[in-house]
Design a protein around this ligand. Sequence first.
Ligand code: AMP
Length: 397
Amino acid sequence: MLNKKSVDDINVKGKKVLVRCDFNVPLQEGRITDENRLVAALPTIKKLIADGGKVILCSHLGKPKGEPKPELSLAPVAKRLTELLGQEVIFAADPEVVGPNARAAAESMKDGDVILLENTRYRAEETKNGETFSKDLASLCDVFVNDAFGTAHRAHCSNVGVTQFVDTAVVGYLMQKEIDFLGNAVNNPERPFVAILGGAKVSSKISVIDNLLDKVDTLIIGGGMSYTFSKAMGGKIGTSLCEDDYLQYALDMMKKAEDKGVKLLLPVDNLIGDAFSNDCNIKVAQKGEIPDGWEGMDIGPETEKIFCDAVKDAKTVVWNGPMGCFEMPNFAHGTEAVAKALADTDATTIIGGGDSAAAVNILGYGDKMTHISTGGGASLEFLEGKELPGVAAANDK
Ligand code: AMP
């Protein structure tokens, strides 16, 4: 369990509460195309409204690189939150985020009112955790609540810097839920505990593999990263993704798995293509037998079966990263099969943000999973065993 104070441990009646949310939603021409992150933030916001707080919301959106970019304004979020909450969310449209609009709105708030500040990354100091912007944010509030798991692995003004200038800094329900699920899964799992890793690169998941080998009963590695393992074992991988700098690392991890008695499952066959395209020629190749000019694009049918069987008897499963180039329909089958296996198992299933979360939701299995993390990078760093700065900055219980 998380040893940080939460919104349940404080009294916010009549107080100005600055809440860092993760409203980093995809937008198309000003329209929100996936509102999961807004919905996920509602429990904390509703609780603070019900308790009579004066709720000041803030978030980043995209990467405006320290200057106002109208297409990355949070205005559409204020509009949608107004609908979702059934009460007006006043939008403080200051290009400097904490400006005359925000100050005036904050001054005239009544208990239970809600305002939303402009995109925190309009300020260049935000991502540098600078003092001036941290102080500006703190000057608006009496209490700070961090509910943005998606940015918890970063030390920015709006989630870490601000806590130095307020007396009370706590976490919200979403943050608590994310940490409880991921933390329990990794540190106190019901066994057998199976982790499934995929995605493009070994190099982005080095510490995850290393850390998980200390915790899991079975580690499954699919996706682009599996070809580095295949080559390290002397296999032919054609033009498949490979990081030659990590061949020794792959061998070290295989040795570690053996020493620890962890079952390490790698693809035994692959779906390969003669070009990086959905419409290329496609065939199945056995492991380590990918011809020149061909490239591994997905796990093969035999591998699908082995991976899905490993999940059947598991009691805890954590999944991060697709099994192949799932954006191309012809190479989405392996990722879909794993998603379905997770939907069908009785195990506690935790999906670590990013592509795997998107795949699960698109396939309509979202409500079959125990927990889908709202943070890709943050959940990965959690799986690496790192302390997240955004969590560390909250007051201890
Ligand atoms: P990551 O961000 O590391 O989780 O990687 C996700 C990306 O890996 C997705 O865009 C996939 O298309 C890509 N990917 C997965 N498997 C392969 C593969 N065999 N070859 C090339 N890219 C892949």
